[in-house]
Design a protein around this ligand. Sequence first.
Ligand SMILES: NC(=O)C1=CN([C@@H]2O[C@H](COP(=O)(O)OP(=O)(O)OC[C@H]3O[C@@H](n4cnc5c(N)ncnc54)[C@H](O)[C@@H]3O)[C@@H](O)[C@H]2O)C=CC1
Ligand SMILES: CC(C)CC(=O)C(=O)O
Ligand SMILES: [Mg+2]
Length: 408
Amino acid sequence: MAAAVQANLSRAFETLILGSRRPVHPRRWARIRCSAAASPLRSYSITLLPGDGIGPEVVSVAKDVLSLVGSLQGIEFRFREVPVGGAALDSMGVPLPDETLAAAKESDAVLLGAIGGYKWDANEKHLKPETGLLQLRAGLGVFANLRPATVLPQLVDSSTLKKEVAEGVDIMVVRELTGGIYFGKPRGFGSNDRGEDIGFNTEVYSAPEIDRIARVAFEVARKRHGKLCSVDKANVLEASMLWRKRVNVLASEFPDVELSHMYVDNAAMQLIRNPKQFDTIVTNNIFGDILSDEASMLTGSIGMLPSASIGDLGPGLFEPIHGSAPDIAGQDKANPLATVLSAAMLLRYGLGEEEAAKRIEAAVINTLNRGFRTGDIYSGGMTLVGCKQMGEEVLRSVKTEEQVAALH
Ligand SMILES: NC(=O)C1=CN([C@@H]2O[C@H](COP(=O)(O)OP(=O)(O)OC[C@H]3O[C@@H](n4cnc5c(N)ncnc54)[C@H](O)[C@@H]3O)[C@@H](O)[C@H]2O)C=CC1
Ligand SMILES: CC(C)CC(=O)C(=O)O
Ligand SMILES: [Mg+2]
């Protein structure tokens, strides 16, 4: 990581990364100081993982936006593109090549598109694109996945919910990302005592795993509106019973945060009934995966939701919450804004470049204000555009905002 980053770390980044009270690893700071001395510009290495399906289309847009905003902010990005998922399976035989993980670990931040597709659906587990993504998240140690679901006034009419329900929704889902049933052992296939085929997975969490994600969530809630809802299934699952117990223990460290608990089935219903009751939600890996897709539809489309995944050490991973959307891949129909907004999160949480992050967010708003919509967020009277043109309009907005700022 480069250039005066230590001084520039935004408060949010400090809180999220250092909130666990663990210092940044000395090797990492050594790298930061070293590259800061080498260049008068702020210079960062970014690993790009376009992946599969619409991944390359949306990452290409986000890369252009990062480059332009960087050039206006005195930031140089050194991009390195490496394969992951199906693209890596096809070119290198595994879904996460060692070279890809090494490149990601060496960089200052990682921007991912999406992985997966019909072509690899029948592959064995270790040769599935999705396995590569899980390995990447575990390899980077990014245990905290922040998924903001904010209903922009410009898109209230794109939500499938009534305007009065969707308007003003602003939820942060804090999803545990490197534990739970996606990683738990034992897992596999076998047969039961009646000789029938079975498939099994294990939902398992340790107290330290729960504590560290709960701490991040309390810190996030403290910076937002001070309300944290922990979502679990503690009426049935032992892993959830421990989850609830630890979250309650942690609550004593955050007396200013109002904590509540909700069962996941009720939470799924309440998100549609009255989403404005939620501020920050903390939950396990699988519930967070599902609830954040549900929350995305409050905002108009899954094509709008970015995410930031962070850990104690190493670079953060930034990706839209959607998948590779094989049904629209290669047709220039994908909404690139979730990935563009993920690039903004990369700047804010990954690099501490708050001003640059704000410029991207302002450009997205400006583009929506000018009436441009991809198909997934289209409502009457707007200008329907494809992925590429949406990207060009965001670039135009960045330049327009620059000219307006220059006049003042
Ligand atoms: N982080 C990742 O890379 C993820 C990968 N996947 C993988 O993606 C593949 C497809 O999975 P699905 O369940 O279909 O989920 P998906 O999120 O790819 O697509 C669900 C629906 O949303 C639409 N959609 C998604 N992103 C969009 C965008 N940016 N603009 C406009 N429309 C968009 C799609 O066209 C589709 O109708 C699978 O192989 C799955 O395993 C799924 C979720 C996350
Ligand atoms: C491979 C899946 C766990 C990816 C996914 O659906 C997600 O992270 O949202
Ligand atoms: Mg998902």
